[in-house]
Design a protein around this ligand. Structure first.
Ligand code: AMP
Ligand code: ZN
Length: 493
């Protein structure tokens, strides 16, 4: 593997290297280094926490709550959950912050068009504040159904307006902001290495877009604060030193990340679409204010496609998790499907692939359930070491799944198999230990026979009771008497 352990190269404005790079002793004691792909360096780098005395700081860009999330969005949230679980596997505590974008994300990433929240409000006939609450709740419900470990903090953009205003005021004081007739913009020409994350060709972009710059000085400049339109009232707007309006989309993440994790923390994640604009601009803002590139690692989940096209809410019809559940799939079958692909490859969604994942999950659950639990038995060390090597190699979940199957199918003692799989499930998140086979519904006439038999026994009418037991057996059920009643069990065929 090619790996760069160094802080990645920078242009004329190198981010200071701060903090200690010493890894805390790994709880699992496997000593297999955790290597992650850092999109900023465009290289695999060995992970070491920046602050030995603090949890690993993880910031993941959260949902824009103008509509339900689609299963593509959940692919990114599942990748981030995998990362968090792998950090846990390596003995790290994690402080996870995920923002909720409830204002400022415009229909075009280029700061034109309408605020998605105001548009969602028109679509639904509800207020922007109501839809924010509704879709945030639906999002959290889906995360739970997918067994995603909930973030420690989920700050809302609208609840952090003062922090964003203070941030913009600081950028203005440092000479990075300028005013146009519709807002306050960030002057990207002030940063020689603006766009390094995405390896943007700025000269090319400027040349190509010169005609539609409007009042912007450079094609890549972006809004920090937008003024409310003079002719229409917005539902979400605030006073500011520059006039009534609302924050741009990127400033919320720089400001809230700084508030909860500081301006130099371990890992920042999002979907691959965030590389050229959103994350590029978060870095620009924080670099201008604090001189850091915000996070030591920048990691991105690659897209879920449908019929080889990007799955997007703006495309109108989109697949929600509920659509899968309505068709009878367990949400964790979707988790299994996501783990069959590496997070740095795009994944094409098909119902056949989901069927295969559902079958894989059902087989794993049934096999696990049949194994005897013995708390005194430890996981198999050889398999644990191979599993660690797979997941610590930039979260290679497909390989980890293959190793789990090898352990299940191999000749380990049954209780060791169970202990090994239970340990792996800390990373997979299939909730194997709590799964139970679905109880088959007992037909009404069988219940009637069983109740009649219980009544006959109570009245000491033994002949009737025996006859009814025979009828139950003919119907395919054994009855077992218990101190507090009886239990029915389907007869083995
Ligand atoms: P949004 O609600 O649009 O702000 O997106 C929430 C998260 O989903 C972001 O991290 C996006 O990058 C990510 N995302 C959007 N579309 C997809 C997709 N088709 N596949 C995977 N992730 C996506
Ligand atoms: Zn963000």
């Amino acid at each position: 593997m090619t790996m760069s352990a160094e802080t990645p190269p920078r242009g004329a404005n190198p981010a200071p290297s701060r903090g200690s790079a010493a890894a805390k002793p790994h709880a699992r004691g496997n000593h297999i280094p955790l290597v992650l792909y850092d999109n900023y360096a465009r290289a695999l780098r060995e992970f070491a926490p920046l602050h030995a005395d603090k949890p690993v700081g993880l910031y993941t860009c959260g949902p824009t709550v103008y509509d339900y999330q689609h299963i593509g969005n959940y692919r990114t949230f599942l990748f981030e959950d995998l990362l968090k679980r792998v950090l846990g596997w390596n003995g790290y505590d994690v402080l996870h912050v995920m923002n909720v974008t409830d204002v400022g994300h415009l229909t075009s990433d280029a700061d034109t068009g309408e605020d998605k929240m105001e548009k969602g409000s028109r679509r639904t006939g509800k207020t922007a504040w109501n839809i924010a609450a509704l879709y945030t709740e639906a999002f959290v419900d889906d995360l739970r159904a997918l067994n995603v470990i909930e973030p420690d903090v989920m700050p809302r953009a609208t609840a952090h307006i003062p922090e964003q205003i203070a941030f913009i005021a600081d950028l203005e004081a440092k000479g990075y902001a300028y005013r146009t007739s519709d807002g306050i913009y960030f002057d990207t020409s002030r940063q020689p290495d603006y766009g390094y994350l995405a390896r943007l060709d700025r000269a090319g972009l400027d040349a190509g877009r010169r005609v539609d710059l409007g009042e912007k000085r450079n094609a890549t400049d972006f809004a920090l604060w937008k003024f409310s339109p003079p002719d229409a009232e917005r539902q979400m707007e605030w006073d500011s030193p520059w006039g009534v309006g609302f924050p741009g989309w990127h400033i919320e993440c720089s400001a809230m990340a700084e508030r909860y994790l500081g301006d130099w923390f371990d890992i920042h994640c999002g979907g691959e679409d965030h590389i050229p604009v959103h994350h590029t601009n978060e870095i620009a803002q924080t670099e201008a204010r604090s001189g850091t590139r915000l996070a030591n690692f920048w990691m991105h989940g690659y897209f879920l496609l449908e019929g080889d096209a990007k799955m997007a809410k703006s495309a109108g019809e989109f697949l929600r998790l509920k659509a899968l559940v309505d068709r009878g799939y367990d949400p964790l079958a979707y988790r299994y499907l996501c783990l069959t692909g590496h997070y740095r490859s795009q994944l094409n969604f098909t119902w056949d692939a989901l069927d295969a994942a559902a079958t894989g999950l059902a087989r794993m659950r049934t096999a696990f359930h049949a194994l005897p639990a013995d708390a005194s038995v430890a996981p198999d060390e050889g398999f644990v070491a191979r599993f660690s090597a797979a997941i610590n190699d930039d979260l290679n979940a497909p390989r980890a799944l293959a190793i789990a199957w090898e352990a299940l199918r191999g000749d380990l003692a049954p209780a060791v198999k169970r202990a090994t799989l239970a340990r792996f499930d800390d990373v997979f998140g299939f909730a194997l230990s709590t799964w139970q086979p679905a109880q088959e519904a007992i037909p009404g006439e069988v219940e009637t026979l069983a109740r009649a038999r219980a009544a006959a026994r109570k009245a000491k009418q033994w002949a009737d009771a025996d006859r009814l037991r025979g009828e139950l057996q003919n119907a395919g059920y054994d009855v077992e008497d218990k101190p507090d009643g009886y239990a029915l069990k389907r007869r083995e065929k």
